[in-house]
Design a binder for this molecule. Structure first.
Ligand SMILES: [Cu+2]
Length: 232
């Protein structure tokens, strides 16, 4: 995972914190075990010595473990809170999304994502968004629970039928960010990928305009074919 939106760097940091904490515990336990085995090794056949460390040592170990756990708990809570903050658009972003995020509707259906832009253009599989702009995806589902998951830009979020969930991100760099299928949503769930293409604000505006024109032209053509009697 390479963080490319505010929030994702905290998630990335949390992953590392979890990993380091687990590594410390594993090393500490093994060192203590090896120490105990070597220190209290007796010769074969000898009766083992009763272990008596007194109550003090137990309290000290319990205290250290509690402090260790509490420290990581607080750290995780802080980072999680920070990761939940809604990012705002930056100076290089889309001018019209300066105060309010650019809202795009993302509809999950078996087994494809559809994206509806503010100008009524739409696209399937891939969503095009402007760089340095707060983008709010309204997640909807027409059938079962799907999960929108593009780890470089955001934590994963579910699209639940009958409910609107939101995910907000701000991509800091142009490029294509791949998503993955994270929930078993039926037979072809594994193929239900998505991608976010981050472009300049000017390219974004040109894209949605062109996309809308293309869709209208295609619709007009179909209507023309039907009216011309060439489609039953
Ligand atoms: Cu799905």
């Amino acid at each position: 995972m390479t963080p490319h939106s505010p929030g994702t760097d905290q998630i990335d940091t949390l992953l590392w914190i979890g990993f380091v904490a687990a590594a410390i515990v594993v090393v500490a336990i093994n060192v203590a075990l090896i120490y105990a085995v070597r220190r209290f090794r007796a010769s074969r056949g000898a009766e083992s010595r009763p272990l008596d460390g007194g109550r003090r040592i137990q309290f000290r170990v319990a205290g250290a473990l509690t402090a260790f756990a509490a420290f990581f708990f607080v750290l995780s809570a802080l980072f999680t809170e920070k990761a939940r903050e809604t990012p705002a658009s930056g100076p290089a972003g889309l001018a019209s999304a300066e105060s309010e995020p650019l809202t795009i509707r993302a509809t999950g259906q078996q087994w494809l994502w559809r994206y509806d832009y503010p100008n009524d253009a739409f696209s399937y599989y891939k969503v095009v968004v402007p760089v340095d702009t707060a983008v709010e995806l309204e997640l909807l589902s027409t059938d079962v629970v799907h999960t929108w998951d593009v780890p470089d830009l955001s934590g994963k979020r579910d699209a639940v039928p009958g409910k609107v969930n939101r995910v907000v991100f701000r991509a800091d760099q142009e490029g294509t960010y791949e998503g993955q299928s994270a929930t078993l949503s039926g037979q072809a769930y594994a193929a239900m990928r998505t991608a976010v293409e981050v472009v300049s604000p000017a390219e974004y505006e040109a894209f949605v305009k062109q996309q809308k024109a293309d869709i209208e032209a295609a619709q007009d053509r179909v209507v023309g074919l039907i009216e011309g009697g060439r489609v039953p």
